[in-house]
Ligand binder design. Structure first.
Ligand code: BGN
Length: 261
């Protein structure tokens, strides 16, 4: 099939790398195909709190979807267990850190309310970070803006480390992904996308989150004093307690902030 890559949709170069994997065919929070050698090792890192109904749909759907792609993959469910405002950036930092310590060369940062609709949407990293959820039903399958990186993003672990992950300062809804784009830009890392018809997702319904009004300020501050980004991110996760356990369907990364208010 001839694919057209238009505008924000560029032809990506695929990044092939595997790591040692556990026994084939066995669920260990993930999967290794039985009948072929996988070309990709991928950690799916999911930020989560209190969305049991969505999780009950997400997990079986994703395992079915991913198993068909013949990948070596593992799902990391990163759960914020304290009552402080939700911190997506911090959770993704912690989940990615655990996955990178497990030697995964590629992390896919994934919201729990998004389900991929196209089998061709390969859950693997490209040479440049790939924004995977470019076409969501909630946004009438249109990309809201060109530099959006929220929803689902595949990024090589080395790039995630190079930009120091996400800021930990965006609490509540919004902004952390825009700052993430700014971090990529500062490091001259461009994002790519698969074509529209390979990037469709459906969003599971939930009550709208209340946007955090401080996000404008934090975004501006991080832009103005860009050195902040080097001190706030993957390298600044001291104030959290992290416990990791294994379940058949995911590796559970439980997060509790020490200064819980
Ligand atoms: C944007 C949010 C993103 C979110 C997308 C899609 C902000 C920052 C304001 C300048 N950005 O508006 O975080 O992923 O919508 O929902 O709120």
């Amino acid at each position: 099939m001839h694919l057209k890559y238009v505008g924000a949709y560029q032809k990506p170069e695929v990044y092939k790398q595997i790591i040692n994997f556990p026994k084939r065919g066995i669920l260990h929070g993930g999967f290794v195909p039985k009948h072929c050698n996988p070309m990709f090792s991928v950690a799916i890192v999911v930020n989560y709190r209190d969305r049991q109904k969505q999780l009950d749909v997400f997990l079986p759907y994703m395992h079915n979807f991913l198993r068909k792609q013949n990948l070596h993959y593992r799902i990391y469910l990163v759960e914020q267990q304290d009552k402080s405002p939700f911190n997506r950036g911090m959770l993704l930092n912690i989940g990615a850190k655990v996955a990178i310590e497990d030697k995964f060369p590629c992390v896919i940062l994934h919201d729990v309310d998004l389900l991929p609709l196209d089998a061709a949407n390969l859950y693997a990293c490209t040479a440049s970070p790939r924004h995977m959820s470019a076409s969501i039903d909630k946004f009438r399958f249109l990309l809201p803006y060109d530099y959006l990186t929220g929803g689902v993003l595949a990024i090589k672990s080395e790039d995630f480390v190079a930009i120091n992950g996400f800021s930990n300062k965006f609490v509540g809804w919004g902004g952390e992904d825009d700052n993430f784009f700014f971090r990529l830009k500062m490091h001259k890392i461009k994002i790519v996308r698969f074509p529209h018809h390979m990037s469709r997702y459906t969003m599971l319904w939930h009550k709208p989150e209340r946007p955090n009004s401080a996000r404008f300020f934090t975004l501006r501050e991080n832009r103005q004093y860009s050195a902040i980004n080097a001190e706030d991110g993957l390298n600044a996760l001291q104030d959290v307690r992290v416990r990791v356990s294994n379940t058949p369907l995911y590796k559970h990364v439980k997060v509790q902030q020490r200064c819980d208010t």
